[in-house]
Write a protein that binds this ligand. Sequence first.
Ligand code: ATP
Ligand code: MG
Length: 501
Amino acid sequence: MGNHLYDALFGRHEGSGADFLILPDGGRVSHAAFAARAARFSGALAAAGLAPGDRVALQLEKSPDMLAVIAGAIRAGVVFLPLNPAYTAAEVSYFVTDAGAKLLLCDGASEAALAPVADAAGAALAVLNADGTGSFAEAAIRAEPLPVVPCESGDLAALLYTSGTTGRSKGAMMSHANLLSNAEVLVDYWRFTADDVLLHALPIFHTHGLFVATNVALLAGARMIFLPKFDAGEVIRHLPQATAMMGVPTFYTRLLDDPRLTRDLVAGMRLFISGSAPLLAETHRQWQARTGHRILERYGMTETNMNTSNPYEGERRAGTVGVPLPGVELKVCDGTGAELPRGEIGTIEVRGANVFQGYWNMPEKTAEELRPDGFFITGDLGHVDGEGYVTIVGRGKDLIISGGFNVYPKEVELALDALPGVLESAVIGAPHPDFGEGVVAVVVPEAGAELAPDTLRAALGGSLAKFKQPKHIAIRDGLPRNTMGKVQKALLREEFRATFA
Ligand code: ATP
Ligand code: MG
């Protein structure tokens, strides 16, 4: 028996001298060199006492070695959990303890802060720096490469923790088949081949950069220009060598702010993909005007990988996330799980080989969100049009109920964004003594524009019913966002909690 995920992603390239990673300094990592490194890391994991099914936590800066440890873990049947380097020691403590990790890998710079965390959790601690040094790198040099450990399709590959946008992060149990099946669909749907060069500037602790981008590149045999982080100048420098890029919406808005982004610069590109947070229709339009490319927006989440995508050929409809991917069933339901008529807004539920195995250590939460028939209740609200295109209108937890009426923040945000001088906005509910919740809008002006709350309110009068109109409007320079470009509405709710008190 083979190793379901390892064989498909890595095993097939073992011994190949073809380039896998292109580094910012022009250095190259071949598939053969990468696989050899991964095999040594799998040996180091075994030498550290990790057996198949044990967990290794990684809080590492993005680097080729971080990816090689992940490949090594899959090879060894060890379950890995990649963690955002921005997490504090207290946050890491939650993940390491929750996952019952036997080993925590960190950067040298955080070793002192994490030593007590690892101790308390009963985990060993080892260092792997982005430049390939550290105690775990040394252990890898000493270790005998481990033969590929057999793993079946249903075995756990990763515990991927959700972003924690709506509450405490949950560990999504991803099986080998969850990950491989989705990557197979995406390679085909987005037409990835061995001729592609994917510009990779996303983090690899999150599903977008790790499973969507990397697994697709590996499966297609494509190369990746592997940048340590998003930097507009660096992305612009590398775009002429790339054929495809995956990004969060902020990549696109930042690139649009740079005059070096031109049609010529992206003449060799065939595909720009966006996801992880809503792409403004305005960004979509500006991108097309400037580059000639229509961004392909798709929709997914930690628990499911990708669910829907705009088509490769056919209409990429701005403001929508496209249609369900092959093998994914999607329906819009009311609170009881009954499917709503087409066009109505409700909770999006999905089913398919991509859907996770449940939340680690959270059987009640799993039972609440994963129906016995296999449908996963995403918590996102949306509707489907006559041609099957899905529009996300927000998260269930962000829905505002004011005076007994539902207010979908997205509707108010779209009305605000359409007003002259408005760059973007975020709409939240704040406790209100009469209405239960009152609508609060945080509005960001375009560069140089002067906005006044009263003028904005008056301008909305024509387009929105009274109960949807913001009772309070705050003007800000920007919205609080996490690394994946998601607006942190929980922070805003906290900030405006006493607005109507
Ligand atoms: P948590 O579940 O811990 O609250 P999270 O849901 O933000 O965090 P992720 O799994 O990283 O964690 O994000 C998935 C969510 O991102 C989706 O449920 C959806 O709300 C949002 N999302 C992803 N892609 C898109 C998109 N193209 N348009 C709108 N929203 C998107
Ligand atoms: Mg979520």
